[in-house]
Design a binder for this molecule. Structure first.
Ligand code: LHQ
Length: 260
C-alpha cells in the first residue's frame, strides 16, 4: 500500500517506518496519524515482522504537531474536537500501540525531534541518535502547553524529575551528548551511522526468540509501575509461558549439545 506521509518497507523481518514530510521536519498531520495507525497495526499483526525501526526523511526526525494544521483547526468555527480529544484519539493510541506491541521498536533519530516528536522517540524500546540531532522538549512550553503524548511520563522515568523539568523548560536544544548522558538514548553515532546502527540492532533482535522478547517488553513496561512483589509475580506468570515455547527447549538443548 502506498502512503502519502510515510514510507513503509519490510525486509528480512525488519519493518522500517520513515516519516516522510521533510519540508516540515516530518510534523504530524491528520493524514500521518491515519497512515501511522495503519502501519503500526501491520507491524503488530504481520508475523513476518520481528522488529520495527522508526526514522525521519530529510534533516528532521519529527517536529511534533503540525502547527499550521492546528492553527487552521482553531480558525474553523465548526471545529468541535478539543485538544484533549485530539490527543486521546490521535497521539495516545500511537504511543500505546508502540508500547503494547510485543515487538521491539528502535527510534533512529536522524535529526531534530520536537514536541510530540520527542515523545514518539521515547516511546520506542531503543534509541540511536545522530551526533548532530537534538531534542526540543521545551517546544511545548514555548507554545504555552505541557509535554504530552507520554513525555511527562517517559522523561522522569528515563532521566529523573529535575532533568525532566529542566528539559521541558530551560533547554532550547538538548543535544545528543547530553541525551546520552541523561539516559534518553542508547547510543550517539555520526549521522551516516544512524540507520546502519539501527539495522544492526534490529538484525540482532530478530535472531532472538520472538515470544521471549515480547514477554520481556511486557514485563519491563509493567515493572515501571509495579512493586517488587508484583514484578516477581508477573515474571513467574510470563516465564511459565516462555518456558513452554519450543524455542526455549530447543535453545537449552542446543546449548547443552555444544558443551557435550
Ligand atoms: C513546522 C513545524 C511544525 C509545522 C517545523 N509544524 N511546520 C499535540 C496536540 C495538540 C496540540 C499541540 O501539540 C501537540 C503536541 C506537540 O507536538 S506541540 C509542539 C509542536 N511542535 C513545535 O512547536 C515545534 C515547532 N518547530 C520548531 O520549533 C523548529 O522548527 C525546530 C526547533 C523543530 C527546528 O528548527 P530549525 O532547525 O531552525 O527548522 P525551522 O524552524 O526552519 O523549520 C523548517 C521548516 O519546517 C519550516 O518551514 P519553512 O517553510 O520556513 O522552511 C518550519 O515552519 C517547518 N516546521 N516544525 N511543528
Amino acid at each position: 500500500m502506498a502512503y502519502e506521509t510515510l514510507l513503509y518497507e519490510v525486509q528480512n523481518g525488519i519493518a522500517t517506518i520513515t516519516l516522510n514530510r521533510p519540508d516540515v521536519l516530518n510534523a504530524f498531520n491528520e493524514q500521518m496519524f491515519r497512515e501511522l495507525q495503519d502501519v503500526l497495526r501491520a507491524v503488530e499483526r504481520d508475523e513476518a515482522v520481528r522488529v520495527a525501526i522508526v526514522t525521519g526523511a530529510g534533516r528532521g526526525f519529527c517536529a511534533g504537531q503540525d502547527l499550521a494544521e492546528m492553527q487552521a483547526r482553531y480558525e474553523r468555527p465548526e471545529e468541535t474536537m478539543s485538544i484533549g480529544e485530539h490527543l486521546r484519539s490521535r497521539y495516545n493510541p500511537l504511543i500505546l500501540r508502540i508500547r503494547n506491541t510485543e515487538k521491539p521498536f528502535i527510534a533512529a533519530i536522524n535529526g531534530v525531534a520536537a514536541g510530540a516528536g520527542c515523545s514518539l522517540a521515547l516511546a520506542c524500546d531503543l534509541r540511536v541518535m545522530a551526533e548532530t540531532a537534538s531534542f526540543v522538549f521545551n517546544a511545548f512550553a514555548k507554545i504555552a502547553l505541557i509535554p504530552d503524548s507520554g513525555s511527562t511520563w517517559f522523561l522522569p522515568h528515563l532521566a529523573g524529575y529535575a532533568r525532566a523539568f529542566e528539559a521541558a523548560t530551560l533547554i532550547d536544544r538538548l543535544d545528543a551528548s547530553r541525551a546520552l548522558a541523561w539516559g534518553l538514548v542508547n547510543a550517539v553515532v555520526p549521522p551516516d551511522q544512524v540507520m546502519p546502527t539501527a539495522q544492526e540492532w534490529a538484525a540482532r533482535l530478530r535472531e532472538l526468540p520472538a515470544r521471549a522478547v515480547g514477554f520481556l517488553k511486557r514485563a519491563l513496561n509493567r515493572a515501571l509501575t509495579f512493586t517488587l512483589e508484583q514484578s516477581l509475580d508477573y515474571e513467574a506468570y510470563l516465564q511459565e509461558m516462555a518456558a513452554r515455547t519450543p524455542d526455549h527447549r530447543e535453545r537449552v538443548e542446543a546449548f547443552l549439545r555444544r558443551r557435550g
